[in-house]
Design a binder for this molecule. Structure first.
Ligand SMILES: Nc1nc2c(c(=O)[nH]1)N[C@H]1C(S)=C(S)[C@@H](COP(=O)(O)OP(=O)(O)OC[C@H]3O[C@@H](n4cnc5c(=O)[nH]c(N)nc54)[C@H](O)[C@@H]3O)O[C@H]1N2
Ligand SMILES: Nc1nc2c(c(=O)[nH]1)N[C@H]1C(S)=C(S)[C@@H](COP(=O)(O)OP(=O)(O)OC[C@H]3O[C@@H](n4cnc5c(=O)[nH]c(N)nc54)[C@H](O)[C@@H]3O)O[C@H]1N2
Ligand SMILES: [Mo]
Length: 772
């Protein structure tokens, strides 16, 4: 059995590099190159007519929901031609490809040979076209029928000593309908082992917002952007990851909003933007977006926020009730006194040192916030994937609470979600720690007693599989092996399973690093027509702002052997649970209205689901913060008291973040460029500050290995090219997932258990080639 993880097929082979070219960092995002780039890709993958059909229906009322990010569609003015961005178009191209992998492909290529390909090459292979099975000890996947696939799953699941020996992962592309059925099946089977990509993504936001404000979701609507006076963007790169957000920011700015960007990198999309959906954008007229750029050190946000709060507090003490919204604080919050005493004692020198932001810039920022109270705070992975992520996000909330900037127009919290339906999956009950209220609703509605014991999240699942406590792994989408931390450790964990099952659209590395037996079950994607009994079924998704809308595919599926996710779950449940089940799974598979009817009866906020899902633009779910109240035990919002710790770095160590290039969607690599950062044709690069390079005698283009030693375990990512970049001293950046190998399994955020993918302690050393 091959024990390599397959990332760097042969680290000693210079062919491993693809030919780096550097160019100037771009100063504005989008515009003509963006339009050209997306058109080229969709026509290459899907052909002219299929590609255009897909784009014309993307994010249109009655069309399908973009499978890329979770940024909302405008309620009113959707672009007449199409409401999408370059990267949305590429996500569709990736799914709408006409390349298909049939039994012949798997007969020609062994699992081992495929594992030697790069993620980029694997992703380009195409859509899996029929169910495939890898028997114990076999070298090649073989065709299998759907019926036999479900029987195999049933045999394995029913053989376990306890249902808690099975793990059921979900990635955030899964529709509400599929997610609801999946958790229902898993709970009737008898476990809460429902880890999902959220555990690695916005879990810290959910925990922080839940504890401070009583709801784990953001409070703003898109319209709030147009009324805001200040928009803070912390740890997010919208130009690449949420490009349609740039249009909203542009409009906000035209309405007078001041934009403050807090990021270790001067991300192109934040600095400037030209809107490809507008004529001026197509002509290449730039608009500067960011007014104040705070180039914070990695994880320096908590110190920076406290410094800002300190200056505001001093001003408030000088001129009472002019800076803070004391009425709001008195009426709606608790712990203000303790909090303000704590902030009074903040050491400003330590804040400056820790954040890397000058006192001058901190003062400028506080000055802007002082007289304004329509403030929106947006954030993403730059805040959530740190050890103290929950505290940092609560500090963002503290600042908003001081200003009374929650629950009134033009203000609020805006955690910008990743996957297009990651928020909806949680609403549907994909959660390893379900509330008693949710479980009671399931019991009342379906007549079985769901398990109460909390299940494994992502990191706990990996450890359980590694320790032999998790024996069957089933994934509803995603690429578990590549997305999770500590790649080698996770590979060992998956290999110890009796059976691994991947329900997928495209081939990925999780099909190649597998359990003793493995199944690939190919499913329809968002853009595919889902015909059942002559009716094209629609599904629903919830975006980052809590709007639920329908999504109906328009393209002919590449194979008639694909099943939809809801149908796969229904048939799996019937096979596994048999006559024991209290649920009419077949009815769900016949028409998805029946699923929505049951969701409506179980989960709050889905009244008249079938009717409202079809109204143009969908409907908003209830949100207590938006309605001006806080669903905490005290009924009030909580100020949180946190202290920041100095990073524990030796002189030769750096703090590294793992980020996305412009040419990828998580582990799907669309291309080898990162246009905005001026990187072409190579992903194995490490961004470093020139001074850190000088101190180590390193120069641009040098090849290094990246090391760390965490709790006595050494981890190495071999063979990376140094690129000097505008990044604070002591910090470095590489692309995810190439360096996931360096994220220790036991390095997680407090409370949310999210892997610390943005604070990895590393050393770099010149790469030494082994003798041939
Ligand atoms: N095209 C495309 N779109 C996507 C995705 C994709 O891969 N490709 N992924 C989707 C998913 S699942 C998600 S979760 C989102 C991710 O969206 P982002 O969170 O924007 O993604 P990252 O590339 O992880 O970028 C993190 C940003 O935070 C900054 N950062 C890192 N550490 C810190 C810090 O300590 N403090 C501050 N202030 N900033 C920091 C980085 O410089 C970078 O700009 O995007 C979604 N949309
Ligand atoms: N080091 C590091 N690690 C990270 C991150 C980071 O910033 N740094 N980010 C984390 C984050 S934010 C996230 S969200 C996770 C992402 O983790 P995942 O969601 O597990 O990973 P993806 O790469 O989005 O999954 C892509 C695969 O999903 C399958 N797929 C695509 N569409 C569909 C569909 O409609 N149905 C089904 N069934 N399958 C489909 C395809 O086979 C594709 O190969 O990674 C996390 N890992
Ligand atoms: Mo994510």
């Amino acid at each position: 059995m091959d024990e390599r993880n397959g990332y760097s097929p042969n680290p000693e082979n210079p062919e491993d590099f693809t030919g780096l070219r550097l160019s100037k960092v771009k100063t504005t995002a989008a515009g003509v190159p963006a339009v050209l780039s997306s058109f080229k890709m969709i026509i290459k993958e899907a052909g002219f007519f299929r590609g255009n059909k897909a784009l014309l229906n993307l994010n249109q009322k009655g069309g399908f929901d973009c499978p890329s990010c979770a940024w909302p569609d405008p309620d009113d003015e959707r672009s007449g031609i199409a409401e999408y961005c370059e990267n949305g178009a590429r996500a569709v191209a990736d799914e709408a490809t006409t390349k298909r992998l049939t039994a012949a492909f798997f007969a020609e290529n062994s699992v081992f040979d495929l594992s030697l390909l790069s993620d980029y090459e694997i992703g380009k292979k195409g859509r899996v076209a029929q169910p495939m099975y890898l028997p114990k000890g076999a070298t090649h996947y073989q065709p299998i029928s759907w019926k036999e696939s479900f029987e195999k799953i049933s045999e394995h699941l029913n053989r376990l000593d306890t249902p808690d020996e099975a793990v059921f992962y979900t990635s955030g592309r899964t529709s509400n309908e599929a997610a609801f059925l999946y958790q229902l099946f898993v709970r009737e089977y008898g476990t809460n082992n429902l880890p999902d990509c959220s555990n690695m993504c916005h879990e810290s936001s959910g925990v922080a917002l839940g504890e401070s404000l009583g709801i784990g979701k953001g409070s703003v609507k898109l319209e709030d952007f147009y009324e805001a006076e200040v928009i803070m963007i912390l740890g997010q790169n919208p130009g690449t990851n949420h490009p349609r957000m740039l249009s909203a920011l542009q409009k906000a700015k035209r309405n007078g909003a001041i934009i403050i960007s807090i990021n270790p990198l001067p991300e192109t999309g934040l600095m400037g933007f030209n809107n490809p959906q507008q004529l001026k954008g197509v002509l290449g007229i730039d608009a500067a977006l960011t007014d104040i750029f705070l180039q914070v050190k990695l994880n320096g946000d908590l110190a920076l926020l406290q410094a800002i709060e300190y200056l505001l507090l001093k001003e408030e003490m000088k001129y009472p009730r002019t800076v803070f919204d004391k009425d709001f604080i008195e009426k709606h919050t608790i712990d203000y006194d303790a909090f303000s005493r704590h902030i009074m004692q903040v050491d400003m020198d330590a804040c400056v040192e820790q954040s890397g932001i000058s006192l001058q810039q901190i003062k400028e920022t506080a000055d802007i916030l002082k007289d304004r109270d329509r403030i929106i705070a947006c954030w993403a992975m730059g805040l959530t994937q740190h050890k103290n992520a929950v505290d940092t996000i609560k500090e963002v909330v503290n600042l908003l609470l001081l200003k009374g900037s929650i629950g009134k127009p033009g203000s609020g919290t805006c955690p910008v979600r990743g996957h297009s339906n990651v928020q909806g999956d949680r609403t549907m009950g994909i959660y390893e720690k379900p509330s008693a209220k949710f479980l009671n609703a399931i019991e009342t509605q379906f007549g079985f007693k769901p398990p109460e014991k909390h299940g494994y999240d992502v990191v706990e699942s990996i450890v359980a599989m590694h320790e032999g406590k998790g024996k069957v792994f089933i994934a509803m989408g995603g690429n578990f092996l590549s997305a999770t931390p500590d790649t080698n450790y996770t590979a060992q964990a998956l290999r110890k399973c009796n059976l691994t099952v991947q329900i997928s659209t495209k081939l990925n590395r999780s099909h190649l690093i597998h359990g003793e037996e493995a199944l690939i079950l190919p499913c329809l994607g968002r853009s595919d027509k889902d015909m059942i009994n002559g009716i094209n079924q629609y599904v629903t998704c919830e975006n980052s702002m809590g709007v639920v809308q329908s999504s109906k595919g328009v393209l002919k599926p590449v194979s008639n052997k694909l099943l939809s996710e809801p149908v796969i779950v229904s048939r799996m449940a019937r096979a596994v649970l048999g006559n024991k089940s209290k649920i009419n799974w077949e009815a769900y598979a016949q028409h998805y209205d029946t699923i929505r009817n049951d969701i409506e009866k179980t989960i709050l906020g889905f009244e008249n689901y079938n009717e409202r899902a079809n109204q143009p633009g969908g409907f908003y779910l209830p949100n207590c913060n938006r309605e001006g109240w806080f669903d905490t035990l005290s009924g009030k919002a909580h100020f949180n008291i946190a202290t920041f710790e100095k990073p524990d770095l030796a002189a030769d160590e750096l703090m590294m973040m793992t980020i996305r290039s412009h040419d990828q969607f998580n582990t799907t690599i669309y291309g080898l460029n990162d246009r905005y950062r001026g990187i072409y044709n190579e992903r194995r690069v490490i961004f470093m500050n020139q001074k850190d390079m000088n101190n180590r005698g390193l120069k641009s283009g040098d090849v290094v290995d990246i090391y760390n030693n965490h709790n006595g375990v050494e981890r190495v990512a071999s063979h990376f090219i140094i690129v000097p970049f505008s990044i604070p001293q002591g910090c470095a950046a590489t692309y995810f997932p190439e360096t996931n190998i360096l994220v220790p399994i036991d390095s997680v955020a407090d409370k949310s258990n999210t892997p610390t993918s943005k604070m990895i302690v590393i050393k770099v050393k010149n790469h030494v080639s082994l003798p041939a």
